[in-house]
Design a binder for this molecule. Structure first.
Ligand code: 5GP
Ligand code: MN
Length: 339
């Protein structure tokens, strides 16, 4: 963020404001952790703050402080529209194109409010007045921490703020194991623990909150659905709508399943396909130099990071898989030389 912008934002926040925080479609731990971390910070400055998500999110995030105040646009549409219309500033967290917030994007686009993007995804669209964007940051939650410190409000990082931001960092770094975890990330995590975040409770709440059905679905994915293509160093898992229903699928139940494909020795590229919400949700992960952001942008209307991206397909599940498999030979060389 340019120094002039930082000063400008600090002055802007000296007056009591109507503030809206929005985050991306099907929010994950970083989307909710960064949004509620910013929320718990801004309410201490006496602003009126509303967090709006485009749709619902996994129940393992409901424990985050401030969660009860979140408006889900698809459920509380008129209330959410009113909040956006009244906003003086809209913070856009953990996404970089209004397409990522679906119909909520139409409201944000026409709003006269100032807009600020805080994000770490590749190739941002330039729709905001203020931009705190760093693709090297482990998570948006890390950037929110850095913003609070840059505004000189570090003392306002209380237990609630700290737990939210810690959770965002923990989830986006795969519990501090991805290459995006820098020494700075670990120092910030330590700061957050000092400020009251409970690292073990955050972990328990997020990762040890499974239903029995979720674990059985994982077993089914690994036992019956995992396909490995050693010639392309690729692993794939797919789930039909019927299979999801069979295991009483709840939002978030398939999060992390894709990483098992990537954990196989020699595998550099993992794909996951699920038939849900009237489309095929697509997820990609890679290790090393194979760029799944590019792959998702080029073939599946998506994007994300170089090693973690997503997208969608309007074809049937079988057609989507056929399309994916037909693409692999063209990437054989890249995949086989991927560092
Ligand atoms: P996931 O596979 O967990 O849904 O997402 C992996 C990463 O890609 C996340 O950073 C997420 O924000 C991003 N992502 C997921 N789906 C999409 C999509 O449809 N479009 C774009 N641009 N990014 C996505
Ligand atoms: Mn993120």
């Amino acid at each position: 963020m340019k120094p002039g912008q930082l000063k400008d934002l600090k002055n802007f926040l000296k007056t009591k404001r109507n503030i809206v925080i929005v985050t991306h479609w099907t929010p994950d731990g970083d989307a909710m952790g960064s949004s509620l971390g910013l929320y718990n910070f801004l309410i201490q400055l006496k602003h009126r703050v509303t967090v709006i998500t485009p749709n619902d999110y996994p129940s393992f995030l409901f424990w985050l402080p401030g969660n009860k105040k979140v408006l889900v646009f698809s459920e509380k549409t008129s209330l959410a529209k009113k909040a956006v219309a009244k906003a003086d500033i809209i913070f856009c967290l953990d996404f970089n194109s209004l397409k990522r917030i679906d119909k909520l994007g139409d409201e944000v686009a026409v709003s006269k409010a100032k807009k600020m993007i805080i994000d770490h995804h590749l190739q941002p669209d330039g729709f905001a007045d203020y931009m705190l964007h760093d693709v090297r940051a482990s998570s948006t939650a890390q950037l929110v921490y850095e913003l609070i410190c840059a505004l000189d409000y570090k003392k306002l990082i209380n237990k609630a703020v700290a737990n939210c931001l810690y959770t965002g960092i923990m989830t986006d770094t795969g519990s501090f194991r991805f290459p995006s975890t820098s020494a700075k990330t670990l120092r910030i995590a330590a700061d957050l623990v000092e400020a009251g975040a409970s690292n073990w409770e955050a972990y328990n709440n997020v990762y040890d909150d499974n239903s029995g059905e979720r674990i059985k679905l994982l077993g089914y994915c690994l036992g019956e659905k995992l396909k490995v293509f050693p010639e392309y160093r690729t692993a794939m898992i797919s789930l039909s709508a019927e299979e999801l229903t069979r295991y009483n699928y709840q939002k978030g139940d398939t999060e992390g399943v894709i990483n098992y494909g990537l954990s196989i020795r020699g595998i550099r590229f993992a794909a996951f396909f699920a038939d849900r919400d009237n489309m095929i949700k697509v997820s990609f992960r890679s290790k090393g130099s194979f760029d799944v952001n590019k792959f998702a942008r080029m073939h599946f209307e998506g994007g994300g990071h170089a090693n973690a991206a997503g997208g969608m397909s309007k074809l049937t599940l079988d057609q989507t898989i056929d399309k994916f498999l037909a693409l692999l030979p063209a990437y054989a060389k890249q995949l086989n030389t991927a560092k």
